[in-house]
Ligand binder design. Structure first.
Ligand code: ADP
Ligand SMILES: N[C@@H](CCOP(=O)(O)O)C(=O)O
Length: 318
């Protein structure tokens, strides 16, 4: 989860009354996720997700994130739309925090994805890249390799070593990734965090892509590399399932074939993806309040993936 903030029944009922969605019937905190507080809200008219923005999200970015949901949903992508309040606003403030009411989508996040599911996710990602191409608002990636490296440098070698003695090695490896990073690959708006827990599926069908709160303008092949790193390993990050990897890339290319230079860059892009998740996980590990109802994620799972991509190069995708 996360629920970082307590909202009482009266607070919720008052909030729901600002929307044309019927009356509050029940609500409960959602335990999945790490960044925001989420509640499943049931009203006399249906189910919704209430999100309170907590970590790494600036209110100034909400028009981008919430406008993107509406843009992609209108283009036929399986993306939840934002429910606007009676005044037409996509988000409101509760105290000093912004909240939004989001369409609830059916489906389950696969714990052990099959190749058919990976194929479907690859296709859905490519369709999303196509549909996002004419989204008019821009947002830069604030977790690009130089940013991720700076986060790790701020954590400091000693604190990283306290998480795991192997972790400080990322400081040198990260600098190499930054130096080699390509900046001229084809761009669109990218999700950049499409882990299995951000995809809802019914069987082999993608019914929801959620949690666009790291979305930004960026290289489409980087998004595919993030998704490869997120979907194709076991939990330890030691073992890559190459069949899943093939299915994912094949699904993507069934909608949008990669250019040769994008395919050539995939191993480095995947290293950059690992760097980004090592950085946010290390930072969260060190900063998460002890009383937050949230499970910290282990940065070492992505150190091992990074080793895999470095050791295998193009072979990681062959
Ligand atoms: N639109 C939605 N429809 C159905 N379930 C959702 C929706 N949005 C979020 N959820 C549920 O809430 C969980 C956490 O949401 P998420 O946006 O991933 O939070 P976080 O940003 O904290 O990771 C998801 O794993 C999913 O179970
Ligand atoms: N997916 C990232 C963390 C971002 O968390 P999310 O719950 O907002 O998707 C990771 O696994 O490190």
């Amino acid at each position: 989860m996360a629920v970082y903030t307590h909202l009482g029944a009266e607070d919720l009922a008052q909030l729901v009354a600002q929307y044309d969605v019927g009356e509050l019937v029940s609500f409960k905190g959602i335990a999945e996720g790490v960044s925001n507080s989420n509640w499943l809200v049931e009203t006399t008219q249906g189910r919704f997700v209430l999100t309170m923005y907590e970590r790494r999200i600036e209110t100034a970015d909400l028009p981008f994130f919430l406008g993107l949901l509406d843009h992609l949903s209108a283009a036929g992508c399986p993306v939840p739309r934002t429910i606007h309040d009676r005044a037409g606003d996509a988000w409101r403030m509760v105290g000093d925090k912004a909240v939004a009411l989001i369409e609830f989508l059916p489906g389950l996040s696969p714990s052990h994805p099959s190749a058919a599911q990976a194929h479907a996710v690859g296709s859905a990602l490519a369709r999303m890249h196509g549909a996002a191409g004419d989204f008019p608002t821009q947002r830069e990636n604030r977790l690009a390799p130089p940013d991720a490296l700076a986060i790790l440098q701020d954590c400091g070698e000693a604190a990283l070593a306290a998480i795991d003695p192997q972790l400080p090695a990322i400081l040198d490896t990260g600098a190499e990734i930054v130096a080699a990073w390509p900046n001229d690959l084809p761009q669109s708006v990218i999700h950049s965090d499409l882990f299995p827990d951000n995809v809802l599926m019914l069987g082999d069908r993608v019914t929801g892509m959620i949690d666009f709160y790291f979305a930004c303008n960026g290289a489409m092949a980087y998004d595919l590399a993030v998704t490869h790193a997120a979907w194709c390993f076991d939990e330890t990050g030691r073992n890559c399932d190459r069949n899943l990897g093939h299915a994912l890339v094949e699904g993507y290319e069934s909608v949008r074939p990669l250019e040769d230079r994008e395919r050539a860059a995939l191993p480095l892009l995947a290293e950059g993806a690992c760097l980004r998740f090592i950085a946010s996980r290390a930072q969260d590990w060190l900063e998460t309040p002890a009383d937050a109802l949230v499970r910290r994620k282990d940065p070492m799972e992505f150190m091992r993936r990074l080793e895999f991509y470095r050791a295998n190069g193009q072979g990681a995708f062959a």
